[in-house]
Design a protein around this ligand. Sequence first.
Ligand code: NAP
Length: 258
Amino acid sequence: MSLRLQNKVAIITGAGRGIGAATARAFAEAGAIVVIAERDTTTGPAMAAELKSLGAKSLFVETDVAESAAAVTVAEATLGAFGRIDVLVNNAGINVFHEPLETTEAEWKRCFAVDLEGVWHMCKAVLPSMLAQNAGSIINIASSHSSKIIPDTFPYPVAKHGLLGLTRALGIQYAARGVRVNAIAPGYVETDIARDYWNTFPDPDAERQKAYDLHPPKRIGRPEEVAMTAVFLASDEAPFINAASIAIDGGRSVLYHD
Ligand code: NAP
C-alpha cells in the first residue's frame, strides 16, 4: 500500500520549528519529499537532516519569504533537485500585535511583508509549474484572526483576513486547471509564537490558562493537529476541497460569547 503523500514534492515555509516543523515531519512520514524553505540557517538545515535521518528525501533552501527573489530561488532549487512541485504549504508567519494608531509604518510593513506578501511571493513562484502539470495543492496557514478580531492585535488580523481572500481568489482562478488552494485556520497552538505572546503579559501562566479556557475542549491545539490536516489537504483524499478554510480550534470559532 502506498503512503498518502508518496513521492509528492512539497515546499514548506518556516519549517524550522513550530507548526511548520510538525508539518515537515508529518509529510515525510507520509512519503513526501520535503523542501524546507526557512530563513533560519540553524533550524532549517537541522530539520532537513532530521528528515533524511528518517529515510526521507529533503532539501533545505535558505528562504526569507518576504523577498520575492528568494521565493523564485526555492522554487527553482526544488524543480532542479526533484523535477516538480506538488504541494506548497505557506506556513511562515509572524505576530505583529499593536493598538492600531500606535502601529508604526515599519511594523505595518513587516507584518504584511511576511504574513501576506510572503505567501503571494511563494504562490507566484510555484504556480507556473503546478499549472503546467495540471495539478497542485497550496495550503495557507491562516488563523482564527482570519475571521475574528481581537483588540490590540493589529495589523496581524488584517493580513490574515487578506490571506483568506488570497486563498479564495487563487482557488477560484485555477480550479479548472487542477490546482487547489485552501487555508487552515488554527486557534491557539502550543508553539513559540504563542509562548512569546503570553510572555508579553505580567503573568504568562494566567494568559496561557485564559487561552485554554477560550477553547471549548479547555486546551489549545498541538502543532501535529494542524500538520495532520495539511497532510489531508495535500493528499489525493481531498480532490474537491478548494478555496476552503478549515478551522482547527476545538470549536472556538462557533462558540457564542456575550
Ligand atoms: P513559530 O513557532 O514562530 O514558527 C514560525 C517559523 O516561521 C519559524 O521557523 C520562523 O523562522 C519562520 N519564519 C518567520 N518569518 C519567516 C520568513 N520571512 N521567511 C521564512 N521563514 C520565516 O510560529 P508557529 O506558531 O509555528 O506559526 C506558524 C504559522 O501558523 C504562522 O503563519 C502563524 O501565523 C500561524 N498560526 C499560529 C498560531 C499559534 O497559536 N501558534 C495560531 C494561528 C495561526 P525564525 O526561527 O527565523 O523566526
